[in-house]
Design a protein around this ligand. Structure first.
Ligand code: XLS
Ligand code: NI
Ligand code: NI
Length: 438
């Protein structure tokens, strides 16, 4: 049975097309900067936002009613969703998907039954993957929605909750391995705190590290070779999330000697919640060698929460793709649209229109970023700005040949040379020019 009968495969029609159900900038097989666009961008569909989101918000119930949700039996419904999801990905030319255990199969009364049903649905996914060639970018476990995780998972004060979370994650890694997932994501769910008046942060952080070490050990034991990713987020659902931002996660990984096993999954909306730009977080991951993958979405500058909107700002996607290209591009990672249609965009074709918007915006960003890098626009400016470190005293500082006494002697004799302008407004104009002309 087809769920999107009215819609055919979305094709590239170019920037002049007025057909809403076409790509204007995303031309999957076109070569940009030495690679096909589809291999640069590695677009992925988020199972949760695309197939289980019903439009609920704190003030109202569902506004989104999908045909696959009409199946009364919850296991049959999960299987119907699998068929709808693969039809959707095929038609939208999305090569990968990401999932939480709880998105793909309904939980049952106990862990054993839950895992059995999960296996049953995973088998349908496996068949659809074989039929379509669509792959799994990453899997993860939902250790935050259920009531038992009220005080966290591995950071819960209740040790039996720690054990349950570990069991869930063990199974989710196994399922990800079975589906050939290229990564496994740890987003800190409720790993954080509401008040220090009742929280032992020291024990909670140690326990968080213990859980991650167990995951590393287990992956080794079963031969899971996917990349482990941590997805930083500063707040929501807890007031203070432990994985605040890339820098905080790095300090944590280094303290517990976990850095070799983890990279970052950078989400745009989480970056801005941490009062960083998306580009800043990607840059921090890149320069520290922990750039892994991206959750592509956007927040709203006027709202202080994770609105998970589809990205439509070419400015942001250009600067994001600029960092991705400088990082050498994606290896195991990709662009997962951790984004949902607005509550008012409840028609089925809105799903396609939303993904087209996001994919085209990133495709355009890739095109502009590739041109900026090809022309060395900012790279040359930056190299020139720091040229005082290429010779003389600057070279001695970098070479470790001088200390405070030598520098004092230098300063007494030479004083300082004049500073030059940072030319920010000029560079911003050049960036606009590239966005408009590329
Ligand atoms: C929530 C997160 C979540 C992760 C996967 O804010 O973005 O969706 O990506 O657990
Ligand atoms: Ni995310
Ligand atoms: Ni998020």
């Amino acid at each position: 049975m087809a769920y999107f009968e009215q819609i055919g495969t979305i094709a590239y029609e170019g920037p002049k097309s007025k057909n809403p159900l076409s790509f204007k900038y995303y031309n999957p097989s076109e070569v940009v900067a030495g690679k096909q666009m589809k291999d640069h961008l590695r677009f992925a569909m988020s199972w949760w936002h695309t197939f289980t989101h019903r439009g609920n918000d704190p003030f109202g119930g569902p506004t989104i009613f999908r045909p696959w949700d009409e199946t009364a039996d919850d296991i049959a419904r999960a299987k119907a969703r699998v068929h709808a999801a693969f039809e959707f990905m095929e038609k939208a030319q999305i090569g990968y998907f990401c999932f939480h255990d709880a998105d793909i199969a309904p939980r049952q009364g106990n862990l054993l039954e839950t895992n059995r049903v999960l296996d049953e649905v995973v088998e349908v996914i496996r068949q659809e993957m074989a039929r379509t060639g669509i792959k799994c970018l990453w899997g993860t476990s939902n250790c935050f929605s259920d009531e038992k995780f009220v005080h966290g998972a591995s950071t819960s004060p209740n040790a039996s909750v720690f054990a349950y979370a570990a069991a869930q994650i063990k199974k989710a890694i196994e399922v990800t391995q079975l589906l050939g997932g290229e990564n496994y994501v740890f987003w800190g769910g409720r790993e954080g705190y509401e008040t220090l008046l009742n929280t032992n942060t020291s024990l909670e952080l140690d326990n968080f590290a213990r859980l991650l070490q167990m995951a590393v050990d287990y992956a080794k034991k079963i031969g899971f070779t996917g990349q482990f990713l941590i997805e930083p987020k500063p707040k929501e659902p807890t007031k203070h999330q432990y994985d605040f931002d890339t820098a905080t996660v790095l300090a944590f990984l280094r303290k517990y000697h976990l850095e070799p096993y983890f990279k970052m999954n950078i989400e745009a909306n989480h970056a801005t919640l941490a009062a960083h730009t998306f580009q800043h977080e990607l840059n921090m991951a890149r320069i520290n060698g922990v750039f892994g993958s991206v959750d592509a979405n956007t927040g709203d500058p006027m709202l202080g929460w994770d609105t998970d909107q589809f990205p439509t700002s070419i400015y942001d996607t250009t600067l994001a793709m600029y960092e991705v290209l400088l990082a050498g591009g994606f290896t195991t990672g990709g662009l997962n649209f951790d984004a949902k249609v607005r509550r008012g965009s409840f028609q089925e074709d809105d799903l396609f229109l939303a993904y087209i918007a996001g994919m085209d915006t990133f495709a355009k960003g890739l095109r502009v970023a590739a041109k900026l890098i090809e022309d060395g626009v900012f790279e040359q400016f930056i190299a020139k700005r720091y040229e005082s470190y290429a010779e003389g005293i600057g070279k001695d500082i970098i070479g470790g040949r001088v200390g405070f006494s030598e520098l004092e002697a230098y300063a007494l004799i030479h004083g300082v040379t004049p500073n030059t302008s940072g030319r920010q407004e000029y560079l911003e104009t050049v960036l606009n020019q590239y966005i408009l002309e590329s």
